[in-house]
Design a protein around this ligand. Structure first.
Ligand code: SF4
Length: 484
């Protein structure tokens, strides 16, 4: 939105620090800045702000939020900018390892990409696993997370165990902080595996697509009742962790939303509450890995998704007002930036994107991809985001990753300061671009602001959150989400 010429002429640039703004439907102005601060101004306050004639109370607020320049502004701005962008200080922290392409499920949104249980040639070998760990420990981050990603990691359990033991040894020798997460459908879990994984500090996450009917329809499992198994293990893992003195522990569970699920959102949210889960994700379904025939049944439009997001969030807020604590994962990413002025480093929603520099994926065959979605594209025969194969040593592989064209173009194309329309948008401090999505939808890694559905989703979510934040009761609930 452009400023009135009189306002521009009267602006006192010595006092007014750089800011972004937008006029909302009720004529109030929302202003934001690169540190993540925001404020609402009435039209006359906005004029007063631009010409440095604010009332004392508003002046104090905007001064604290770094909208006003004074003698201490530069020092405070440097500290705030560092805090907001601390994830830029080092290389990849998240290392996703795909130990196999095999899986015993054939979920509707994944089955085109998954390999049958007989395809043992699609398992990671011990030699590859060793080189992967050597590479991970050559990267520069002081804290590392190794995540065993889909497809079903428990199918190649020996290699999971090898990686955990070898990486733990290296972490101790090199004095690095190391955490493990294992993403699993839990159908192959048993008591021995559970004990071993928890004894070795492996955090377990799973997929729960909601109530029994929705879950079993989406997550096809010929050998039994997928929902029954996952619910059993969610309860069992929570109980076992509590026994180990992790009071209040909740296993992480993710839902994948398809078209039939959108209308069923109340039942799905209720199914999370019944299991005492504290986080639910209202994630948009990425268009990778479907069989073409499934698209019509599973996919939805942007408007359908956003209607679902609003309804589900209203329902979740309603539950929170009844003292049922349930938070929404994607909203928390934005709320952390808005209310805490920090960036969680969520890979798709930061500038530059975490692709190649924040999180990388090691395929079963040793291909190092810029992200898990890039690796999924590789499975579809598109290898544009393969950074390098594993080389002779960890050092060589890491150098090849860091210097790859994929890394350079990923950073360049996802830094909002260089992207038209993003660069001066009121939500710039909170947005990120998903360049893999832009590439698959429009054949160009540089996201086109006007055409990118993922950008429109983020803007709609932020409109919703900023609107809700104007009610103090909602703000209190949102603050509790990011505090706990
Ligand atoms: S989504 Fe997960 S459980 Fe389902 S088929 Fe794919 S890898 Fe297997």
């Amino acid at each position: 939105m452009s400023l009135d010429i009189d306002v521009i002429e009267s602006m006192n640039m010595d006092r007014v620090a750089p800011f972004y703004f937008s006029r909302k439907k009720d004529e109030q102005y929302l202003i934001t800045n690169d540190f993540g601060y925001y404020s609402y101004l009435s039209p006359w306050e906005f004029d007063d702000f631009c010409s440095s004639k604010l009332t004392w109370d508003k002046f104090i607020e905007l001064d604290e939020k770094l909208f006003i320049k004074n003698d201490t502004y530069t020092d405070r701005a440097i500290t705030a900018y560092n805090k907001k962008n601390s994830f830029l200080a080092y290389g990849p922290t998240l290392h996703m390892i795909i130990t196999t392409l095999r899986c015993n499920h054939k979920c509707q949104y994944c089955h085109a990409a998954v390999a049958p249980m007989t395809a043992k040639n699609l398992d990671m070998t011990r030699e590859t696993a060793e080189k992967v760990v050597d590479t991970i420990f050559y990267t520069s981050a002081p804290s590392l997370t190794i995540e065993f990603q889909w497809w079903e990691s428990l199918v190649n359990y020996d290699i999971v165990q090898f990686i955990v033991e070898y990486a733990s040894m290296k972490a101790q020798a090199l004095q690095k902080n190391l955490t493990f997460a294992l993403v699993s459908n839990l159908s192959l879990m048993d008591e021995d595996k559970l004990k071993w994984l928890l004894d070795h500090g492996v955090d377990i996450c799973t997929s729960l697509d909601g109530d029994k009917k929705t879950h079993n329809w989406q997550r096809t499992y010929k050998e039994g009742d997928s929902h029954e198994k996952v619910v059993h293990w969610i309860n069992r893992i929570t109980a076992e962790q509590e026994l180990r003195w992790k009071k209040g522990y909740k296993i992480g569970a993710l839902a994948t939303w398809t078209k039939p699920g959108l209308a069923n959102y109340r039942n799905i949210v209720d199914s999370y509450i019944e299991l005492w889960l504290t986080t639910i994700g209202l994630r948009w379904l990425n268009p990778y890995g479907f069989a073409a025939a499934e698209r019509d049944t599973l996919e939805y439009t942007l408007d359908e998704y956003f209607e679902f997001y609003k309804n589900s969030m209203d329902y979740i807020l309603e539950k929170n007002k009844e003292w049922i604590f349930l938070k929404e994962m994607m909203s928390m990413v934005y709320l952390g930036k808005i209310l805490n002025n920090t960036d969680s480093g969520f890979m798709d929603v930061r500038s530059p994107s975490g692709i190649a520099i924040g999180g990388v994926a090691y395929n079963y065959d040793g291909g190092v991809y810029a992200s898990d979605e890039s690796r999924m594209l590789g499975r579809m025969g598109i290898h544009d985001f393969l950074m390098t194969p594993l080389l002779a040593t960890g050092e060589e592989t890491y150098r090849a990753m860091a210097n790859s064209e994929v890394t350079k173009i990923s950073v360049q194309s996802s830094t909002l300061d260089g992207l038209p329309w993003y660069v001066d948008h009121v939500y710039k401090p909170y947005l990120g671009v998903d360049l893999i999505y832009a590439f698959t939808q429009h054949g160009n890694v540089f996201s086109n602001f006007a055409k990118d559905d993922k950008t429109r989703i983020q803007i709609s979510m932020l409109d919703y959150l900023f609107d809700k934040l104007r009610d103090p009761e909602n703000e209190k609930i949102f603050r509790s989400w990011i505090r706990r």
